[in-house]
Each structure stands twice: as C-alpha cells, then as structure tokens.
Design a protein around this ligand. Structure first.
Ligand SMILES: [Zn+2]
Length: 126
C-alpha cells in the first residue's frame, strides 16, 4: 500500500473537483429556460397552443365530454382536473421549464411547455 499523499493524488483530487464543478455548471446551465407556451396534444394530435402569460383554463373535450382541465396561471401550467382513474397527471404539478410535460396516459393527453426561442438561449450560452 502506498501511504504517501503525493502530488499525483492531489492532481487527481483537483481533477475530480474540477470535473464536479464542470458537471455542476453544466447541470445549472441545463436548468431549462423558462417556458413561454404550452402545446396540448390529444392522441398525438395538436389540440392547441397556449401562451403561459395568458392565465386561462382549457377544457379538453373528447366527444363533447370534458376529460381533462388544464390550467395556466402565473406562467405555469398544470392539470387541474381529469377524469382518468390514476390522477397521475393531476399529481404531476406545475410545469414551467422548457420541454417539461404533463402526461395523462389514460386520456392520451400530453401537455408540453416550451421556451419561446431555443436558438436565442443557445447563442447566450456561447
Ligand atoms: Zn390523467
């Protein structure tokens, strides 16, 4: 066993530390930008696109019956109500970061939020 804590060990440690910092920075950086609009799809078809700046309630109807109620408030979107048995979509809470989504599997409803202009964010990054 080599008990010495030599220069190489220090470099290795420093290297790990640097790596950790880099990962942290990348992670923080990849905190997706704040979303500005939501796209709702039902069974793969676009149901509608909604600005997150517009507080509103969107009723998703299937054959005239409201299956899901999506609420936009304070720049976030959440599933206010759903007639699905699992209620997982309601439990997913509020979303407001680029490409986050709320999925209601039983009703095939997907709400995805997007930042307005990803390219603009990329250019800030570089
Ligand atoms: Zn659901």
């Amino acid at each position: 066993m080599n008990k010495r804590f030599g220069k190489n060990d220090f470099l290795l440690f420093a290297g790990f530390l640097m790596l950790a910092v880099v990962i942290l920075v990348v992670y923080l950086f990849h905190q997706a930008p704040t979303a500005s609009y939501a796209v709702i799809t039902v069974d793969g078809r676009v149901y509608g696109t909604y600005e997150l700046s517009d507080s509103q309630t969107i009723e998703i109807k299937e054959d005239g019956v409201v299956t899901n109620v999506v609420r936009i408030a304070d720049g976030t979107v959440f599933m206010e109500r759903a007639d699905c048995p699992d209620q997982l979509c309601v439990k997913q809470g509020k979303k407001n970061h680029d490409q986050e989504n709320i999925v209601c599997l039983p009703n095939k409803v997907v709400v995805t939020v997007y930042a307005e202009d990803e390219a603009a964010y990329d250019s800030i990054a570089n």
